[in-house]
Write a protein that binds this ligand. Sequence first.
Ligand code: FAD
Length: 309
Amino acid sequence: MSLIRSVLLAASQNHWLREQAPHYKFVRRNVSRFMPGENAQDAFAAVQQLAAQNIGAVLTALGENVTDRKEAAAETDHYCQVLREITSRNLNAEISVKLTHLGLDLDNSLCYANLETLIAQSPPGKTVWIDMEQSAYVDRTLAMYTRARRAKANVGVCIQAYLRRTESDLRSLLPLGGAIRLVKGAYNEPAEVAFPKKSEVDENYFQLAKMLLGQDARFEGIRAAIATHDRTLIQRITNFANANQFPKEKLEFQMLYGIQRAEQQRLAQEGYRSIVLIAYGTHWFPWYMRRLAERPANVLFLLRNLFAS
Ligand SMILES: Cc1cc2nc3c(=O)[nH]c(=O)nc-3n(C[C@H](O)[C@H](O)[C@H](O)COP(=O)(O)OP(=O)(O)OC[C@H]3O[C@@H](n4cnc5c(N)ncnc54)[C@H](O)[C@@H]3O)c2cc1C
């Protein structure tokens, strides 16, 4: 793991930086590359622009690790409003939530009740996605997903290819059906739990993708979402899917707003399911630092904005 990545991921947890960064115009300007705006209406406008290109959307309100019940309730209410708007405007969008945003650090039952509320509000046929956070949350996140799936909820969960445990987790998740989003993983994790080398993460990603698109997963009715901007992996996975008669229109790729736009459009035009995750909100600092860490060249863009301001 590169030093820059580690430094940026450590900075993402720094409270002083979190308070200060939003005051700087050049930082805000840079954040706007990855985010259509700070409120839900900005995100809805982006959903409509993407829909015109046959690209679906997943909305996420930025925030994590809430520290009181009222805050968790307010975030749940916010998502309920978003779901009502998705229904009333018939938007091609779903939501994705972080369980620590719904109160996981406070109380498991409170968090699950909030999740259930969102599932109940979600329009029929649409998935409520659960993000995966740091490795310390994986057991509890998978336990909540499992409980929701056993209650037949339309719910999906994210799994991270950088974690050594994920292959075994995936084997346990497959019989539950549901929806699974495969990502590489965005946090700073020790080598005991996560593969330190990018080449190992990429190879594990490919092996997990094969499991997600394989016979067992298809038999269980899994909705697999291949969430990566890595064009080499996208090509390998597309080749595997073609060779195994996986229907093109069911092969789903998810990317982040503002990253690899041309690839998002290409996939949609070629008949794959192309979906963009749109994050919005004022609590963007840790999320933005993770985006910088994913591609150190983004830091250069940030510095360019500093000198342009
Ligand atoms: C839909 C979606 C949902 C996600 N949900 C989660 C989650 O719940 N939990 C979690 O841990 N992680 C999540 N992630 C983030 C993920 O773990 C990775 O950190 C992120 O996707 C970058 O990895 P990559 O697969 O694109 O591959 P990489 O090897 O990192 O990137 C491949 C190429 O994509 C481009 N690229 C990638 N990231 C950026 C960037 N920030 N800016 C500019 N270009 C970039 C670059 O050209 C890079 O060479 C999510 C990602 C997506 C797309």
